[in-house]
Design a protein around this ligand. Sequence first.
Ligand code: SF4
Length: 217
Amino acid sequence: MQYKLEAPVHGTIGTQKYQCTIAWRNGKIIADEPVQTGGTDSGPDPYTLLLSSLTACSLVTMRMYIDRKGWDIPEIGVSANLFQETVDGKLTTTIDRDIVFMSNVDEEQKQRLMEIVKHCPISAILESNIKVRTFLFRDGETEKKIKYAGDEVTVVWKPEFCQHSQRCWRQLPGVFDYTKKKWINPNGASADKIVEQVKKCPSGALTILPNPEKKKD
Ligand code: SF4
């Protein structure tokens, strides 16, 4: 399992209705709700952000293809919107994506781009079998803590907090191997890599001791 983004998108909200700050790898954007739902419309709402992703991906995908082909198509426009219906108790969402060419483009090129854009990466995600997994980070004490002391770092695992996200053992299998009785090997990677991986634990089950204990043999 390899995440698409090196660092996750991270959002926070305070008490100001309903302004959210979303941090991405190179900056921050503001999201909000429209006035009619109690927000101040200071940034795009979640539906808009979802559609923006599809819109941007569609444009970038077409631009890459056009440039690779050396076609003279200076500008393209994409609009996206969605509607939802409940049929027989089941919610269905339909996204409409409209493409507009702002210059003369021959019919064959248009048809080719229509095909290409249908397979842009975000379309592929939206049309795939998507699961949303939700984890709760807990920061505190539990009765059970198991320490795995290595030469450079000591990894502490709190089994009651573990939500079995699989992140640790999928991303750093040299250290985390659930098939073994002693499932954490704190010497299985560099200390930096282990610290970095421990920070990705979504539940708070993994921590590193601030003053690493030396391994006692
Ligand atoms: S990353 Fe954390 S929550 Fe996920 S399996 Fe490992 S210890 Fe458990």
